[in-house]
Design a protein around this ligand. Structure first.
Ligand code: C2E
Ligand code: CA
Ligand code: CA
Ligand code: CA
Length: 279
């Protein structure tokens, strides 16, 4: 068994499963997946309501496994974290997403930002700022169009260091969002020290927002907090017109969810944008 010290990363990833025969075989496939070109980035639209304007996309990783088919990131991201493979995989996602959004800009699509999820391991690496800077330089993407999503829990383990990293990223001119906001343990008092741009209301609060007063109260508080701190706010997991109506009423205008579109591969997202533009 690993000693406790080496197991600390589990703090960041409480859902991590104990290794099973299945996960061990997945792990060996995962090592080869990047070289074999089995990863695909899907893009989910982020919409401004009520105009319906496409303001950005979130890059979401998919693994097209040769025998098991499409594997959800919920299954392999924890394995990738555990093995450290998330470092090369995460860098590949970052570069792929930046290159894609730059290509869309050159093809005359409306300007949009791209949100890329960072893992705890990526966030704590000394070279993160260099990696992001290189991705921007090599692809030519304007920094303000890149939105890095981190979670509260990534910052809690060493708050001073997190603030330092966030300032390094901010100095590049990129946006920073706090993903799954409200689900972590972060003290609100840290928030004012974090140079972030946006809070992302977790879908667990959005799901029952129109029926559960507790979820509604939490979502309302996050929106009010964002406004008070001059941060943008976006809701994820918006699936119904009722949720949309409620969020809009509370002053949240940026949304993402199946109501608008699921995450899509490049060609299908392009079709969607062309279709929307014609209307
Ligand atoms: P997340 O960052 O919170 O991403 C949102 C998840 O919600 C995505 O799941 C998305 O497909 C799903 N979703 C979007 N709209 C709706 C909706 O209306 N209803 C519901 N029920 N779900 C919706 P997905 O793509 O399976 O990704 C799961 C998680 O895997 C992500 O959660 C993120 O934590 C992680 N992940 C995905 N791609 C990457 C990546 O490139 N790097 C890292 N480090 N993590 C990633
Ligand atoms: Ca995310
Ligand atoms: Ca999220
Ligand atoms: Ca989530």
């Amino acid at each position: 068994a690993k000693e406790l010290g080496r197991n600390n990363y589990q703090l960041y990833n409480p859902q991590m499963a104990a290794p099973t025969v299945q996960s061990l075989s997945l792990m060996s496939d995962l090592r080869k997946a990047l070289d074999k070109g089995e990863f695909v980035v899907y893009y989910q639209p982020q919409i401004r309501v009520p105009t319906g304007e496409l303001i950005g996309v979130e890059a979401l990783l998919r693994w097209n496994h040769p025998t098991r088919g499409m594997i959800s990131p919920a299954q392999f991201i924890p394995l990738a974290e555990e093995t450290g493979l998330i470092i090369p995989i995460g860098e590949w996602v970052l570069r792929t997403a930046c290159a894609q959004v730059k290509a869309w800009a050159e093809d005359g699509y409306p300007e949009m930002r791209v949100a890329v999820n960072l893992s705890a391991r990526q966030f704590m690496r000394d070279d993160l700022v260099d990696v992001v800077e290189r991705a921007l330089r090599d692809t030519g993407l304007k920094p303000h169009l890149l939105d890095l999503e981190i979670t509260e829990s990534m910052t809690m383990h060493n708050v001073d260091r997190a603030i330092q990293i966030l300032h390094g990223l901010k100095n590049l001119g990129v946006m920073i969002s706090l993903d799954d906001f409200g689900t972590g343990y972060s003290s609100l008092s840290y928030l004012k020290h974090f140079p972030i741009h946006m809070l992302k209301i977790d879908q667990s609060f959005v799901r029952d927002i129109t029926v559960d007063p507790d979820d509604a109260a939490i979502a309302n508080s996050i929106i009010a907090l964002a406004h008070a701190l001059n941060l943008k706010v976006i809701a994820e997991g918006v699936e119904t017109e009722e949720q949309l109506g409620y969020l809009l009423e509370q002053g949240c205008q940026e949304m993402q969810g199946y109501l608008f579109s699921p995450p899509l591969p490049v060609d299908r997202l392009e079709n969607l944008i062309r279709f929307v533009e014609k209307q």
